[in-house]
Ligand binder design. Structure first.
Ligand code: THU
Length: 161
């Protein structure tokens, strides 16, 4: 037996002003998307903005349902919409924010496991790393690839091996 130490590289920022213009804009678009979330049950409004290689941004937000499991997270709404409309265009980056009682969360919001699985599928599909920006008022976490959020992931490679 041996131990495998998995090292994940996550950058932490304190303020939006530390990000470049493109990333700041993506966060702003995610905030706008969060305002339009349909979250009457959790009151937790999540927004995601996906930047494509062709410069187009697609946004999404969580869509809840009285039959709870029928709802969908913001990240998957945005990614599925992007992939549905631009099936040949890689996703290059993605910003995620959340609001509670109309206020952005203090700490960076991190995507659920199911969303991470969909995010890595997109990354593998286009063979292009996706930079992920997780926004919070007190800290902003950035990873250069979804692999940093989902180590030991199950992808199409496993199906082939
Ligand atoms: N939610 C997201 O939209 N993204 C996540 O990564 C975590 C959770 C949504 C699902 C549900 O509508 C609400 O937040 C509370 O879980």
């Amino acid at each position: 037996m041996k131990t495998l130490d998995i090292i994940l590289k996550v950058f932490e920022y304190q303020d939006l002003s530390e990000l470049d213009e493109q990333d700041r804009s993506l966060v702003q678009q995610a905030i706008e998307a969060a305002r339009n979330a349909y979250a009457p049950y959790s009151q937790f409004h999540v927004g995601a903005a996906v930047l494509l290689e062709n410069g187009i941004t697609i946004t999404g937000n969580n869509q809840e349902n009285a039959a709870y499991p029928s709802g969908l997270c913001a990240e998957r709404v945005a990614l599925f919409a992007a992939n549905a409309q631009y099936p040949d265009v890689p996703v290059v980056s993605m910003a995620i924010v959340a609001m509670k009682d109309g206020q952005l969360t203090e700490t960076a919001v991190t995507p659920c496991g199911a969303c991470r699985q969909v995010m890595i599928e997109t990354e593998v599909r286009f063979e292009h790393p996706i930079k992920v920006i997780l926004y919070g008022k007190e800290n902003i976490l950035v990873v250069d690839s979804v692999r940093e959020l989902l180590p030991l992931s199950f992808t199409s490679t496993e199906l082939k091996s």
